[in-house]
Design a protein around this ligand. Structure first.
Ligand SMILES: Cc1cc2nc3c(=O)[nH]c(=O)nc-3n(C[C@H](O)[C@H](O)[C@H](O)COP(=O)(O)O)c2cc1C
Length: 198
């Protein structure tokens, strides 16, 4: 589930909220899973991964991760991202483009304090995406952290990432591939909308 706080009332946000409610009513699984694509400047290549979107606070979309991971490095070198949801239960795809930044520390602290001890032990013990010899070492690092470390204090290398969309495309499937596509682009603070052919 995604938590909406004081959600922006502009048209693309209303459409997003409406589709989200329809998908929830149809019991869409992993509704918060969003693919985030960034640019790996060194490899001159796009790179994608799913994360769980936790909050939308007005127009700020937030997920949490490791600040020393490959994605964090990519965001710091090039803040342009593109994002995707696919909600199978309503056959809808949502495409988003945005610039990404770190979330304010107080939001990350608050979220970390709400999580389970196990999740925090894993966040503290894992050097995300760094190589390790065996899976047993991963488990040992987790257990040592769970039993010995402060699990309340957020480590400096973990926290939120925030992005504010400047582009939405809502794609809704229809019979005979007569799919509906509506785009919103932010132009001088105003959303301009258009319809695309399927
Ligand atoms: C459905 C799903 C949700 C995920 N959620 C998160 C998340 O919220 N934060 C996170 O750091 N990784 C999450 N992951 C793992 C990432 O996809 C990825 O493996 C990890 O963040 C390392 O990415 P990087 O090497 O590009 O930095 C999730 C994976 C899946 C399949």
């Amino acid at each position: 589930m995604i938590e909406f706080i004081n959600l922006n009332r502009s048209e693309p946000y209303c459409i997003f909220e409406d589709l989200y409610k329809k998908a929830i009513n149809k019991k869409q699984k992993h509704i918060e899973a969003i693919a985030i694509s960034s640019i790996d400047e060194k490899m001159n290549s796009p790179d994608s991964r799913f994360v769980n979107l936790k909050y939308v606070i007005n127009d700020e979309w937030i997920f949490f991760s490791n600040y020393e991971s490959p994605k964090a490095q990519q965001f710091s070198e090039n803040s342009n991202i593109s994002c995707l949801f696919f909600w199978e239960e309503i056959n809808a795809q949502i495409r988003i483009k945005a610039k990404i930044r770190k979330t304010k520390a107080n939001i990350s602290d608050e979220h970390f304090s709400k999580r389970s001890q196990q999740k925090n032990a894993l966040a503290i013990s894992s050097r995300q995406s760094k190589e390790i010899g065996t899976y047993n070492e991963v488990k040992r690092n987790f257990e040592i952290t769970l039993n010995n470390k402060d699990l309340i204090q957020r480590p400096h290398y973990w926290g939120g990432f925030s992005f504010t969309p400047n582009y939405f495309e809502f794609w809704e499937a229809n019979e005979f591939r007569l799919n509906k596509r509506k785009v919103f682009e932010l132009n001088d603070g105003k959303w301009m909308s258009s319809i695309l052919q399927p």
